[in-house]
Design a protein around this ligand. Structure first.
Ligand code: SAM
Length: 366
C-alpha cells in the first residue's frame, strides 16, 4: 500500500487522485507528513504565481438577508442584527479610497438582500467601472436567476463568488432551510456558462460533516473548475441554531486548502479572515499551504461589526489603510510578495505585478 507521502506525490504529478485515495490522505495524514503536503502545494502554486499574493478590497455592502443558513450570523431570522445597507455613494466612496490605496479589484459582498435589484446593482457597477475601468469587480450576493447573472455580466461584473458551502446534499439540506442544493449548483454552472471567473468554496468542520463529505467538496471543485475557491473553517455564532457547536480547525482547513491547490493548480485561493480569526497566524499559514489571495476590508468602520457572520471576527475596527498595511506586513513576513494588480486567474491573463511587469515564467510550466 502506498504511503501518504507517495499519494501526495501522485496527486502533485497527476493533479488528480481517486476519491478513495483523497479520503486516505484526509484520514491518515499526520503531523509529520502535513508539512510535506503544504510544501508541495506551495511548489505547485509557485509554478503559476511565483511568490505573489493578490490583494482584493472587500466591501460588505449589506447585511440584510432573506435566507436562513443555520450557521450564519446575519441570517434573516436573527433579530439581534443591526441591519444596514450602504448607499451607492458610500460604496463608490469605499472604492475611491481603495483605489487610492492601490487596489484594482473590488469585491462587493452581501446577504441576499432583495433591495438590491438588478437595476440598482447595475447602476453601482456601471459607476465603479466608469470611474475605474482598470479595476475588476467581483460580486457575491448569492443565488439569482440566469437572466439576472447575465444582466450583471453585461454591466461589467468580472467575477462572482458563490460558495457551494458543502457538496453533500444531505448536509446542505440540513443547514439551508427552504434552499435547494440543486439550485445552488445550477447557479454555479450558470455563472461559468456566462463567462464569469467563478468562485465556489466550502466550510470545514460543519456539524456532522464527514471526511467523505470533504472529498465530495474536492471532487465538486475538480468537476466545476472554478477560478476561485474559498475554503474556511466553520466558526459558530451564538445567535444561530448551531450555537454551541464545535466548529472547524485551522489545521483541517489548511489540509483542504493544500489539496485544493494540488487539484486546481491555477486556482485563486483566498487566505480567509476566518483563518485569521481562529489563529493570529492563520492567514500566513494558509499562504504557506498554497493560498494566494487576501481580501482586506474596505467597508466603513461603523458597519464592520454588523457584518458578523461568526463570533470574534477580526479587523472590525481597523481603517482601510490600516488593514492594507497590516496585511501587507503579514504577507511579506511570511515570505511572499504583494501584487496589487487585478489578479486574474492564470488562464485569463498572465499575472503581472503592480508595475505591469510580467512575472510569469514559461520555463517553469514546461
Ligand atoms: N450571500 C452570499 C452568498 O450566499 O454567497 C454572500 C455572503 S455569505 C455571508 C459569505 C460566506 O460566509 C458564505 O458563503 C459562508 O461560507 C460564510 N459563512 C457564513 N457563516 C459562517 C460561519 N459561521 N463560519 C464561517 N463561514 C461562514
Amino acid at each position: 500500500m502506498q504511503t501518504i507521502k507517495q499519494l501526495i506525490d501522485q496527486l502533485y504529478e497527476n493533479e488528480d487522485l481517486s476519491d478513495e485515495l483523497l479520503l486516505r490522505i484526509i484520514d491518515e495524514i499526520d503531523a509529520e507528513t502535513t508539512p510535506y503536503l503544504f510544501e508541495r502545494a506551495l511548489d505547485k502554486k509557485s509554478l503559476f504565481y511565483k511568490d505573489t499574493v493578490f490583494m482584493r478590497g472587500l466591501i460588505e455592502f449589506t447585511n440584510y438577508c432573506k435566507q436562513n443558513c443555520s450557521y450564519c450570523g446575519i441570517q434573516g431570522q436573527n433579530k439581534n442584527v443591526d441591519r444596514y445597507r450602504l448607499s451607492k455613494d458610500a460604496i463608490l466612496h469605499c472604492c475611491e479610497e481603495g483605489y487610492q490605496l492601490g487596489y484594482r479589484t473590488f469585491v462587493l459582498q452581501g446577504g441576499e438582500d432583495p433591495y438590491f435589484t438588478d437595476d440598482r446593482l447595475i447602476e453601482i457597477i456601471t459607476a465603479i467601472k466608469t470611474n475605474h475601468p482598470d479595476c475588476a469587480v467581483t460580486l457575491s450576493v448569492g443565488e439569482r436567476s440566469y437572466e439576472s447573472y447575465e444582466a450583471l455580466k453585461k454591466a461589467g461584473v468580472d467575477r462572482y463568488l458563490l460558495r457551494h458551502e458543502t457538496a453533500s446534499k444531505e448536509l446542505y439540506e440540513a443547514l439551508h432551510p427552504k434552499m435547494s442544493f440543486e439550485n445552488r449548483r445550477e447557479c454555479l454552472f450558470n455563472l461559468k456558462k456566462l463567462g464569469f471567473q467563478v468562485g465556489a468554496g466550502f466550510m470545514v468542520g460543519l456539524p456532522n460533516q464527514t471526511s467523505a463529505d470533504l472529498v465530495a467538496d474536492l471532487r465538486f471543485i475538480k468537476t466545476l473548475q472554478p477560478e476561485m475557491v474559498g475554503i474556511g473553517p466553520y466558526i459558530p455564532h451564538d445567535e444561530t441554531p448551531l450555537r454551541g457547536s464545535k466548529g472547524g480547525t485551522v489545521e483541517a482547513t489548511l489540509i483542504m486548502v493544500a489539496l485544493a491547490r494540488l487539484l486546481l493548480p491555477q486556482a485563486l485561493l483566498p487566505s480567509t479572515t476566518a483563518m485569521g480569526t481562529l489563529d493570529p497566524k492563520g492567514r500566513e499559514k494558509a499562504l504557506k499551504a498554497g493560498a494566494n489571495v487576501v481580501m482586506p476590508n474596505l467597508s466603513p468602520t461603523d458597519v464592520r461589526e454588523k457584518y458578523e457572520l461568526y463570533k470574534d471576527k477580526i479587523c472590525t475596527g481597523d481603517e482601510a489603510a490600516h488593514c492594507r498595511q497590516c496585511i501587507e506586513g503579514r504577507i511579506k513576513s511570511a515570505g511572499f510578495r504583494v501584487d496589487m494588480g487585478r489578479g486574474d486567474h492564470a488562464s485569463i491573463s498572465e499575472p503581472q505585478d503592480a508595475l505591469g511587469v510580467q512575472i510569469f515564467d514559461l520555463t517553469q510550466t514546461l
